[in-house]
Design a protein around this ligand. Structure first.
Ligand SMILES: [Cu+2]
Length: 254
């Protein structure tokens, strides 16, 4: 190979590397030209429901945090994995629910307030949450130990960053809808949270009574999807009349 050709190839190398790494941030949905969303409060309605669980609730293992005495000391009553939490009323907690299909294409404005993810007792809190594309995610470390926050997204750019004890809060955004991806910690393998990034504000997470509620929804016919980190995805369809209230139940388990 001539010296000249070698120089040319070396000169192009940064371009190849750039392409291999995705070439910077991916275009966000809000960069696509869409009309601004508008919901008429006079006709908006509510979608609500419950996530039922049939059968015997699986026993979650106690997490062994003895590798870090400070993490261990944060849980005098042993901490159990949050993978499947069945509530006392036979409903399922931590299911992400969102409108998957049926909304008119529009550009939704994210809230100005950040979503929050805390590291407290070497556990991520909340375990599952939704946020909007381009909304800030404020990440806190309330622990006296070092954590390493790893957003394992695929549609958005993944990242992996250390966060020392009581360090400055991190602020991150995800520009593209991605439902649902894990956030892990490279230091503590048991740490895991799940985030659903939605292009619109119509999502919820089932709580301690297994219920969910999505308000301010324009009338229409929708496909609603429920996603559980281990038990998978389910879909339901409904029609919401103007100022209406539609309900939906999803059932997991045997
Ligand atoms: Cu950690």
């Amino acid at each position: 190979m001539s010296k000249c050709n070698l120089q040319r190839i070396l000169g192009l190398l940064p371009l190849f590397l750039l392409a291999a790494c995705g070439g910077g941030p991916k275009p966000t949905e809000t960069q696509v030209s869409l009309p601004a969303a508008h919901v008429d409060p006079a006709t908006a309605g509510t979608i609500s429901g419950r996530i039922l669980f049939q059968g015997e609730a699986p026993a979650m293992p106690v997490i062994d945090m003895s590798s870090n005495p400070k993490c261990d000391a944060a849980h005098p009553a042993k901490f159990r994995a949050e993978t499947v939490i069945v509530n006392a009323n036979h409903t399922l907690r931590n299911v992400f629910i969102h409108i998957k299909d049926g909304l008119a294409p529009a550009r939704w404005t994210p809230p100005s307030q950040p979503a929050k993810l805390n590291q407290d007792g070497c556990v991520y809190t909340p375990h599952v949450q939704g946020m909007m594309a381009d909304q800030d995610l404020e990440i806190l470390n309330s622990d006296p130990v070092n954590h390493n926050v790893h957003a394992e997204c695929q549609k958005n750019q993944a990242w992996n960053e250390s966060q020392p004890p009581r360090a400055e809060h991190k602020f991150k955004k995800f520009g593209t809808e991605e439902i649902l991806f894990p956030v892990t910690c490279s230091v503590h393998p048991w740490m895991r949270a799940w985030i659903g990034v939605s292009s619109h504000p119509f999502f919820a997470v089932s709580g301690e009574d297994g219920s969910f509620k999505i308000e301010g929804v324009p009338p229409g016919s929708y496909t609603v999807e429920a996603i559980h980190e281990k038990l998978g995805r389910k879909e339901g369809k409904l029609t919401l009349a103007p100022s209406g209230a539609a309900t939906l139940e999803f059932t997991y388990g045997s």
